[in-house]
Write a protein that binds this ligand. Structure first.
Ligand SMILES: NC(=O)c1ccc[n+]([C@@H]2O[C@H](COP(=O)([O-])OP(=O)(O)OC[C@H]3O[C@@H](n4cnc5c(N)ncnc54)[C@H](OP(=O)(O)O)[C@@H]3O)[C@@H](O)[C@H]2O)c1
Length: 292
């Protein structure tokens, strides 16, 4: 019996894994056409590339990060690639009021929201924990609290559109590696909060999906990590969450909205030359894990 169990259990595991990963991919780029999407941390790296994918699929994109000049050129590129519209709001996610302001802008400028992609990440160090508690607090505000604030503010709109929340996380949010203690803590917090929220949505039959993207190292041209490797994707099918009360704050000082530029579709077929372009298909897959 013992020997049978030793063979049977791994075999069953293999069959289940095969069944799960060989499921037919029902994604079609048209699903994103005309959808209203916020992408945070969109001035560089993964967020920038997600914006380009969404633009190619004809979505309305509202981008945010701190560096206005970068956002301006990403918006321009999105329009060239075929975005239905592209605009940005610049500011820092250290300020919860700014996070909520970005969501409110989607309501004002786009009339609602179909997908909220939370991707931005504050700078941290790679090394032994240096005892700087303030750094941990600041990183939690940027990498975690602003995610919670944006999801909370966006929930009424996402419920209306039966939309999606996409949270970009990391292997460091699943396993405690050395030298990344503050960063790792913020990513674990995301997993705890959004995984729990997903269950609550399911219990309450709230039709908003939560996808947690667990990424390995990706060379975005800024980091020197050598491989692009999507390790795990978790998707829920349309679970919902608590009704969160939206109390839009007034725009924080320094926050700036830039209106949508005129639509240009000339360059829609052009491939972008960002060094990450070749490895961003994994993110396209993230966007494809459920129907809108
Ligand atoms: N690349 C990897 O190897 C890897 C691996 C695992 C997980 N991830 C996850 O993937 C996501 C994107 O990573 P990435 O490599 O693309 O990072 P990145 O290139 O460093 O981009 C980070 C983005 O966040 C913005 N940002 C930084 N501080 C901010 C603040 N205080 N307020 C608002 N925006 C801020 C940055 O723009 P500004 O500086 O203009 O504000 C930038 O657009 C992150 O959540 C990261 O944890 C990445």
């Amino acid at each position: 019996m013992g020997r049978l169990q030793k063979i049977l259990i791994p075999f069953l595991g293999l069959v289940l894994a095969f069944w799960f990963y060989s499921a037919r991919d029902t994604f079609k780029p048209e699903m994103l056409r005309g959808k209203r999407v916020i992408v945070t941390g969109a001035s560089t790296g993964i967020g920038e590339q997600m914006a380009y994918h969404l633009a190619r699929m004809g979505a309305h994109v509202l981008l945010t990060a701190r560096t206005e000049a970068r956002l301006q050129s990403v918006v321009q590129r999105c329009l060239e690639l075929g975005a239905a519209s592209a605009r940005f709001v610049s500011g820092s996610m250290e300020d919860t009021a700014f996070a909520q302001h970005v969501v409110r802008e989607a309501q004002v400028a786009l009339g609602g929201l179909d997908m909220l992609i939370l991707n931005h990440v504050g700078a941290s160090y790679f090394g032994f924990f240096d005892g700087d508690v303030e750094h941990v607090r600041k990183l939690l505000e940027i990498n975690f609290l602003s995610y919670v604030a944006m999801a909370t503010s966006a929930l009424p709109m996402l419920k209306e559109s039966e939309g999606s929340i996409v949270v970009v996380s990391s292997m460091a949010g699943k396993v405690g590696f050395p030298f990344t203690a503050p960063y790792s803590a913020t990513k674990f917090a995301l997993d705890g909060f959004f995984s729990s929220l997903r269950q609550e949505f399911a219990i309450q039959s709230i039709n908003v999906s939560i996808t947690l993207c667990i990424l390995g190292f990706i060379d975005t041209g800024q980091r020197k990590a050598p491989t692009a490797n999507l390790c795990e994707i978790r998707t829920s099918s349309k679970p919902p969450g608590p009704v969160c009360k939206l109390q839009p704050p007034s725009p924080p000082p320094g926050a700036r909205l830039v209106p949508a530029l005129p639509l240009q579709r000339d360059g829609a077929a052009a491939e972008d030359s960002h060094p990450f372009a070749g490895s961003s298909t994994g993110l396209l897959f993230l966007l494809s894990t459920r129907e809108l």
